[in-house]
Design a protein around this ligand. Structure first.
Ligand SMILES: [Mn+2]
Length: 238
């Protein structure tokens, strides 16, 4: 059997250009390759509508190979639509709604937003395969992987650093946990976690990047703001 390539990408934040450049660069084929999206697909960047359209369409056609995990930015949009919290208005609401208007027209933008928010509610918070455990921000090691609470979407790396390493290793079945949420300058291993968010549309300077992690090869492709793509080993990953 041919080897399945497994990719993880997180915190795209509307950066459709970098996302598609990376997938083109590796000749991503949803018929054969697996892609795990770690949440925060939307907000901040200019093309959330295109990112969502691409991902949802592929996920419907190739449900076994395209896996989508929710992020806290998707949760903010759900909260806004259900009138639970207006927080979304401070975190990219304008860019995301503009992208819906640009793609679908002003009269349809709101319905489209509601459809996506309803879809976000169906997304899992965690995924596991033979290579690793995949989340958006963190994990709750006192709950099973199937019963993770919503607040794991908001856990930061400082909180994760307080977890008991032995308990965490046992909980993850000795697998790495791939996460985003807290942007770093490089994909980096901290204990059991692999931090994969490189600040796409968050860092305002030229260091902002999007990483496409090839999990089974322990390496990643890094796309800079100018579109330049480089290949890196994940240092410290065993
Ligand atoms: Mn994020």
């Amino acid at each position: 059997m041919p080897k399945v390539r497994t990719f993880y990408v997180t915190d795209i934040h509307g950066n459709f250009n970098a996302f598609t450049r990376l997938l083109d660069h590796v000749n991503f084929d949803p018929m054969k390759d697996k892609l795990i999206i770690g949440g925060d697909m939307i907000n901040r960047g200019p093309k959330s509508a295109d990112v969502l359209h691409w991902i949802k369409e592929r996920a419907q056609s190739y449900p076994d190979n395209i896996v989508i995990i929710a992020g806290n930015h998707e949760e903010m949009m759900i909260w806004f639509m259900k009138e639970i919290s207006p927080m979304w208005m401070e975190f990219g609401w304008e860019e995301t709604m503009n992208s819906f208007r640009n793609k679908y027209g002003s009269d349809k933008a709101w319905d489209i937003a509601e459809e996506y928010a309803a879809w976000f509610e169906t997304l899992p918070l965690l995924y596991e395969d033979e290579h690793g455990v995949y989340v958006h921000a963190g994990v709750d090691i006192h709950q099973g992987k199937e019963q993770q609470p919503d607040n794991i979407l908001w856990i930061n790396d400082r909180e994760l650093s307080t977890l008991d390493e032995l308990e965490l290793t046992e909980w993850s079945n000795d697998k790495y946990i791939f996460r985003g949420h807290n942007p770093k300058s490089n994909v980096q291993v901290i204990g059991n976690f692999v931090n994969c968010d490189l600040g796409s549309c968050v860092f305002s300077d030229s260091s902002a990047a999007l990483a496409l992690v090839e999990v089974n090869e322990k390496r990643y492709f890094k796309c800079m703001v100018d579109g330049d793509i480089t290949l890196h080993k994940i240092i410290g990953m065993q």
